[in-house]
Design a binder for this molecule. Structure first.
Ligand code: ADP
Ligand code: ADP
Length: 224
Protein backbone atom coordinates (compact mmCIF):
# COMPACT_ATOMS: atom_id res chain seq x y z
CA UNK A 1 0.00 0.00 0.00
CA UNK A 2 2.92 2.33 0.76
CA UNK A 3 6.26 1.75 -0.89
CA UNK A 4 9.50 3.74 -0.83
CA UNK A 5 12.17 2.78 -3.37
CA UNK A 6 15.56 4.34 -2.80
CA UNK A 7 13.94 7.58 -1.70
CA UNK A 8 16.24 10.53 -1.08
CA UNK A 9 15.04 13.99 -0.07
CA UNK A 10 17.38 16.93 -0.14
CA UNK A 11 15.97 20.30 0.93
CA UNK A 12 19.03 22.30 -0.06
CA UNK A 13 22.26 21.40 -1.77
CA UNK A 14 24.12 19.97 1.21
CA UNK A 15 21.32 18.97 3.57
CA UNK A 16 19.90 15.49 3.11
CA UNK A 17 16.72 14.77 5.10
CA UNK A 18 16.25 11.19 3.80
CA UNK A 19 18.87 8.92 2.23
CA UNK A 20 17.98 6.00 -0.04
CA UNK A 21 15.05 4.86 2.10
CA UNK A 22 13.44 1.52 1.18
CA UNK A 23 10.38 -0.02 2.77
CA UNK A 24 7.01 -1.49 1.90
CA UNK A 25 3.88 -1.50 4.09
CA UNK A 26 1.10 -3.91 3.17
CA UNK A 27 -2.61 -3.30 3.24
CA UNK A 28 -3.81 -3.56 6.85
CA UNK A 29 -0.33 -3.29 8.32
CA UNK A 30 0.19 -1.12 11.41
CA UNK A 31 3.72 0.18 11.84
CA UNK A 32 5.58 2.81 13.84
CA UNK A 33 7.99 5.41 12.54
CA UNK A 34 10.55 6.60 15.05
CA UNK A 35 13.88 8.38 15.39
CA UNK A 36 15.33 11.46 17.07
CA UNK A 37 14.16 14.95 16.27
CA UNK A 38 15.48 15.87 12.83
CA UNK A 39 15.83 12.22 11.74
CA UNK A 40 13.39 12.72 8.85
CA UNK A 41 10.05 11.45 10.18
CA UNK A 42 7.99 14.47 9.12
CA UNK A 43 9.69 14.52 5.75
CA UNK A 44 8.77 10.87 5.19
CA UNK A 45 5.11 11.58 6.08
CA UNK A 46 5.06 14.67 3.85
CA UNK A 47 6.30 12.63 0.90
CA UNK A 48 3.36 10.24 1.37
CA UNK A 49 0.94 13.21 1.58
CA UNK A 50 2.61 14.73 -1.52
CA UNK A 51 3.36 17.87 0.47
CA UNK A 52 6.96 17.33 -0.63
CA UNK A 53 8.44 15.57 -3.65
CA UNK A 54 11.47 13.24 -3.48
CA UNK A 55 14.80 14.39 -4.88
CA UNK A 56 15.45 10.82 -6.07
CA UNK A 57 13.70 7.47 -5.86
CA UNK A 58 10.09 6.49 -6.03
CA UNK A 59 7.15 6.87 -3.62
CA UNK A 60 4.20 4.61 -4.43
CA UNK A 61 0.87 4.77 -2.58
CA UNK A 62 -1.97 2.41 -3.48
CA UNK A 63 -0.15 1.37 -6.63
CA UNK A 64 0.15 4.98 -7.81
CA UNK A 65 3.60 6.41 -8.43
CA UNK A 66 3.49 9.83 -6.80
CA UNK A 67 6.58 11.26 -8.51
CA UNK A 68 4.91 11.64 -11.84
CA UNK A 69 1.56 12.74 -10.44
CA UNK A 70 0.32 15.97 -12.00
CA UNK A 71 -0.38 18.78 -9.50
CA UNK A 72 -4.10 18.74 -10.20
CA UNK A 73 -4.28 15.08 -9.12
CA UNK A 74 -2.83 15.77 -5.66
CA UNK A 75 -6.17 16.59 -3.94
CA UNK A 76 -7.58 13.25 -5.14
CA UNK A 77 -4.64 11.31 -3.72
CA UNK A 78 -5.00 13.16 -0.40
CA UNK A 79 -8.57 11.95 -0.06
CA UNK A 80 -7.13 8.48 0.27
CA UNK A 81 -4.87 9.48 3.13
CA UNK A 82 -6.26 10.26 6.56
CA UNK A 83 -4.00 12.30 8.81
CA UNK A 84 -4.04 12.58 12.61
CA UNK A 85 -2.02 15.35 14.23
CA UNK A 86 -0.69 15.69 17.78
CA UNK A 87 -2.63 18.89 18.37
CA UNK A 88 -5.58 17.42 16.41
CA UNK A 89 -6.23 20.78 14.65
CA UNK A 90 -9.93 20.90 15.50
CA UNK A 91 -11.91 24.06 14.91
CA UNK A 92 -13.53 25.44 18.05
CA UNK A 93 -16.10 27.57 16.23
CA UNK A 94 -18.17 24.54 15.22
CA UNK A 95 -19.57 21.33 16.65
CA UNK A 96 -17.93 17.93 16.84
CA UNK A 97 -20.20 16.80 13.99
CA UNK A 98 -19.14 19.69 11.75
CA UNK A 99 -15.46 19.11 12.48
CA UNK A 100 -15.72 15.48 11.42
CA UNK A 101 -17.76 16.45 8.36
CA UNK A 102 -15.07 18.77 6.98
CA UNK A 103 -13.38 16.34 4.57
CA UNK A 104 -16.80 15.33 3.17
CA UNK A 105 -17.77 18.97 2.71
CA UNK A 106 -14.68 19.49 0.55
CA UNK A 107 -15.77 16.54 -1.60
CA UNK A 108 -19.31 17.88 -1.98
CA UNK A 109 -21.05 14.92 -0.31
CA UNK A 110 -24.85 15.12 0.08
CA UNK A 111 -26.30 15.97 3.54
CA UNK A 112 -27.70 12.42 3.90
CA UNK A 113 -24.38 10.85 3.01
CA UNK A 114 -22.55 13.25 5.32
CA UNK A 115 -24.85 12.48 8.25
CA UNK A 116 -24.49 8.76 7.80
CA UNK A 117 -20.73 8.78 7.41
CA UNK A 118 -20.03 11.26 10.21
CA UNK A 119 -22.13 9.21 12.62
CA UNK A 120 -20.41 6.00 11.53
CA UNK A 121 -17.01 7.61 12.19
CA UNK A 122 -18.08 9.03 15.58
CA UNK A 123 -19.50 5.64 16.52
CA UNK A 124 -16.15 3.99 15.77
CA UNK A 125 -14.36 6.30 18.21
CA UNK A 126 -17.13 6.08 20.84
CA UNK A 127 -18.31 9.69 20.59
CA UNK A 128 -21.70 9.38 18.95
CA UNK A 129 -23.41 11.02 21.91
CA UNK A 130 -21.20 14.11 21.74
CA UNK A 131 -21.83 15.15 18.13
CA UNK A 132 -23.57 18.40 19.09
CA UNK A 133 -20.93 19.52 21.57
CA UNK A 134 -18.15 21.99 20.93
CA UNK A 135 -14.73 20.27 20.95
CA UNK A 136 -13.69 22.76 23.65
CA UNK A 137 -16.05 20.96 26.05
CA UNK A 138 -14.22 17.65 25.54
CA UNK A 139 -11.21 16.16 27.30
CA UNK A 140 -7.84 15.90 25.53
CA UNK A 141 -8.35 12.21 24.77
CA UNK A 142 -11.83 12.88 23.38
CA UNK A 143 -10.54 15.72 21.22
CA UNK A 144 -7.91 13.39 19.79
CA UNK A 145 -10.64 10.84 19.01
CA UNK A 146 -12.61 13.52 17.16
CA UNK A 147 -9.45 14.16 15.13
CA UNK A 148 -9.29 10.45 14.35
CA UNK A 149 -12.97 10.34 13.34
CA UNK A 150 -12.29 13.22 10.94
CA UNK A 151 -9.26 11.41 9.52
CA UNK A 152 -11.23 8.22 8.79
CA UNK A 153 -14.60 9.70 7.75
CA UNK A 154 -13.64 9.24 4.08
CA UNK A 155 -12.69 5.61 4.76
CA UNK A 156 -9.13 6.20 3.53
CA UNK A 157 -7.00 3.11 2.84
CA UNK A 158 -4.05 4.86 4.51
CA UNK A 159 -3.95 6.51 7.93
CA UNK A 160 -0.93 8.57 8.98
CA UNK A 161 -0.50 9.82 12.53
CA UNK A 162 2.14 12.33 13.64
CA UNK A 163 2.77 12.01 17.41
CA UNK A 164 -0.91 11.21 18.01
CA UNK A 165 -0.38 10.45 21.71
CA UNK A 166 2.08 13.26 22.42
CA UNK A 167 -0.17 15.05 24.92
CA UNK A 168 -1.92 12.02 26.39
CA UNK A 169 -1.24 9.87 29.45
CA UNK A 170 -0.40 6.16 28.95
CA UNK A 171 -3.97 4.95 29.43
CA UNK A 172 -5.41 7.34 26.84
CA UNK A 173 -2.52 6.55 24.50
CA UNK A 174 -3.45 2.87 24.76
CA UNK A 175 -7.05 3.78 23.83
CA UNK A 176 -5.84 5.60 20.72
CA UNK A 177 -3.64 2.65 19.76
CA UNK A 178 -6.57 0.26 20.19
CA UNK A 179 -8.49 2.38 17.67
CA UNK A 180 -5.59 2.30 15.21
CA UNK A 181 -5.39 -1.48 15.64
CA UNK A 182 -9.10 -1.78 14.83
CA UNK A 183 -8.65 0.26 11.66
CA UNK A 184 -5.73 -1.92 10.60
CA UNK A 185 -7.87 -5.01 11.16
CA UNK A 186 -10.36 -3.78 8.56
CA UNK A 187 -7.57 -3.24 6.02
CA UNK A 188 -6.34 0.29 6.69
CA UNK A 189 -2.57 0.72 6.47
CA UNK A 190 -1.59 2.73 9.57
CA UNK A 191 1.76 4.49 10.06
CA UNK A 192 2.30 6.16 13.44
CA UNK A 193 5.24 8.56 13.90
CA UNK A 194 6.18 8.73 17.56
CA UNK A 195 8.97 9.27 20.09
CA UNK A 196 7.10 7.20 22.64
CA UNK A 197 9.39 4.21 23.15
CA UNK A 198 7.20 2.78 25.93
CA UNK A 199 4.24 2.71 23.55
CA UNK A 200 6.31 1.11 20.77
CA UNK A 201 7.59 -1.59 23.13
CA UNK A 202 4.13 -2.29 24.42
CA UNK A 203 2.62 -2.67 20.94
CA UNK A 204 5.37 -4.92 19.56
CA UNK A 205 4.76 -3.94 15.93
CA UNK A 206 7.05 -3.32 13.02
CA UNK A 207 9.05 -0.15 13.67
CA UNK A 208 10.74 1.92 10.98
CA UNK A 209 13.66 3.66 12.67
CA UNK A 210 15.32 6.67 11.08
CA UNK A 211 18.74 7.95 12.07
CA UNK A 212 19.92 11.10 10.30
CA UNK A 213 17.76 10.31 7.31
CA UNK A 214 18.75 6.66 7.03
CA UNK A 215 16.38 3.82 7.71
CA UNK A 216 18.39 1.78 10.22
CA UNK A 217 15.66 -0.74 11.22
CA UNK A 218 12.31 -2.02 10.02
CA UNK A 219 12.98 -1.62 6.29
CA UNK A 220 12.45 -4.16 3.57
CA UNK A 221 9.21 -6.10 3.15
CA UNK A 222 7.17 -6.86 6.28
CA UNK A 223 10.38 -7.16 8.30
CA UNK A 224 9.95 -6.98 12.07
P1 ADP B 1 11.74 14.84 12.18
O1 ADP B 1 10.30 14.91 11.80
O2 ADP B 1 12.24 13.45 12.41
O3 ADP B 1 12.07 15.75 13.31
P2 ADP B 1 12.19 16.31 9.72
O4 ADP B 1 11.73 15.49 8.58
O5 ADP B 1 11.33 17.42 10.20
O6 ADP B 1 12.60 15.35 10.93
O7 ADP B 1 13.61 16.94 9.35
C1 ADP B 1 14.68 16.19 8.76
C2 ADP B 1 15.80 17.17 8.41
O8 ADP B 1 15.38 17.98 7.32
C3 ADP B 1 16.13 18.12 9.54
O9 ADP B 1 17.53 18.33 9.53
C4 ADP B 1 15.40 19.38 9.18
O10 ADP B 1 16.05 20.51 9.67
C5 ADP B 1 15.40 19.35 7.66
N1 ADP B 1 14.20 19.99 7.09
C6 ADP B 1 12.91 19.64 7.33
N2 ADP B 1 12.07 20.42 6.63
C7 ADP B 1 12.84 21.29 5.93
C8 ADP B 1 12.55 22.34 5.01
N3 ADP B 1 11.32 22.67 4.65
N4 ADP B 1 13.62 23.03 4.50
C9 ADP B 1 14.88 22.70 4.82
N5 ADP B 1 15.21 21.71 5.67
C10 ADP B 1 14.22 21.01 6.22
P1 ADP C 1 -3.25 22.98 0.63
O1 ADP C 1 -4.19 21.89 0.98
O2 ADP C 1 -3.87 24.35 0.69
O3 ADP C 1 -2.46 22.73 -0.63
P2 ADP C 1 -1.32 21.89 2.43
O4 ADP C 1 -1.10 20.82 1.45
O5 ADP C 1 -0.11 22.50 3.09
O6 ADP C 1 -2.17 23.07 1.81
O7 ADP C 1 -2.28 21.30 3.56
C1 ADP C 1 -2.98 22.15 4.45
C2 ADP C 1 -3.10 21.45 5.79
O8 ADP C 1 -3.78 20.21 5.61
C3 ADP C 1 -1.76 21.14 6.41
O9 ADP C 1 -1.84 21.35 7.81
C4 ADP C 1 -1.55 19.69 6.10
O10 ADP C 1 -0.76 19.06 7.08
C5 ADP C 1 -2.96 19.15 6.10
N1 ADP C 1 -3.12 18.01 5.20
C6 ADP C 1 -2.48 17.75 4.06
N2 ADP C 1 -2.89 16.60 3.53
C7 ADP C 1 -3.85 16.13 4.36
C8 ADP C 1 -4.68 14.96 4.39
N3 ADP C 1 -4.62 14.03 3.45
N4 ADP C 1 -5.57 14.81 5.39
C9 ADP C 1 -5.64 15.73 6.35
N5 ADP C 1 -4.88 16.84 6.40
C10 ADP C 1 -3.98 17.04 5.44
Amino acid sequence: MIEFRQVTKRYDSDHIALRAVNFHLDRGELAFLTGHSGAGKSTLLKLIMVMERPTAGEVIVGGQKLNSLPRRQIPYIRRHIGVVFQNHQLLFDRTVFDNVAMPLEVMGASPEDTGRRVRAALDKVGLLKKEKMNPMQLSGGEQQRVGIARAVVNKPPVLLADEPTGNLDPELSADIMRLFTQFSQVGVTVLVATHDIALINEMNRRTLTLNQGQLVAGGGVSGH
